[in-house]
Design a protein around this ligand. Sequence first.
Ligand code: GTP
Ligand code: MG
Length: 210
Amino acid sequence: MPTVIDAVYLAEAREAGHWPPEGPVEVAIAGRSNVGKSTLLNRLAGRRALARVSKTPGRTRGLIFYDLSVRLPGTGERLALRLVDLPGYGYAQVSRDERKAWQRLVEGYVKARSSLRLFLILLDARRAPGEEEIQLVEWLRSERVPHHLVVTKTDKLRTAEHGAARDKARAAFGPDAPPVSLVSGETGEGVDALWALLLAGVCDGGARPL
Ligand SMILES: Nc1nc2c(ncn2[C@@H]2O[C@H](COP(=O)(O)OP(=O)(O)OP(=O)(O)O)[C@@H](O)[C@H]2O)c(=O)[nH]1
Ligand SMILES: [Mg+2]
C-alpha cells in the first residue's frame, strides 16, 4: 500500500462542464446511494473525515474531487492521483428529473475527462447488482472506460460468504463481467489489494509523477 503524503479537497462540480481543470490521473468512485463511497474514499486516503459520510442517503449531489499525493511502495516515487466521489444513484425518493440530472452529470464527466483512468462501481455485499449497475457497466464498456466492481461492507458477511458474494456480483454481468474486489470501508479489509489495483490501473495509463 502506498503512503498517502497529502490528501485535500479540490472542488465540487454540480453541473456538467463545471469541472476543475484536468490535472493528475483520476479514479471515479460510483455506486448506489449509501453503499459506502465516501467511507471507502476516506480509507484509501487514510483520512478519517476527508469525504463526508452521511447518515441520510442521497446527500451528495455533485462530483467531489480530492487530490492525493502518494509515495509508491518499492521505488519511493511520488505520484499525484485524484479521487472523484460521485453522487449516489438509485435512491428511492429521487424524482425522474433528478435521475436524469445524475445521468447528464456523470456521462458528461466521463466523456469529457481524458485524465479518467478507472471507474469503480461499488456494490453492497448483501445485495445483488441491479438494473442500474448492469446498465452502467454496459455503458462504460461502450465508452471504453476501464471499470472495476468493488463489493463493499464485507464486514457484514462471514468470511465463508465472501466467495459467494464475489460470484453473485460477477454473475449478473455475464461472461465479460468486470473484475471484482472485496473491501470493507469500515475495517479496511481488502483496501491494500484495491490500492494495488488502482496503481496498476493508473500507472499503465501513463500516470504523471510529480
Ligand atoms: N458496516 C459497514 N458500514 C459501512 C461501510 N461503508 C460505509 N458504511 C456505512 O454506510 C453509511 C453510508 O456510508 P457513506 O460512505 O456515506 O456512503 P455513500 O455511498 O458515500 O453515500 P451517498 O454519498 O449518500 O451516496 C454510513 O453509515 C457508513 O458508516 C462498510 O464497509 N461497512
Ligand atoms: Mg457519499
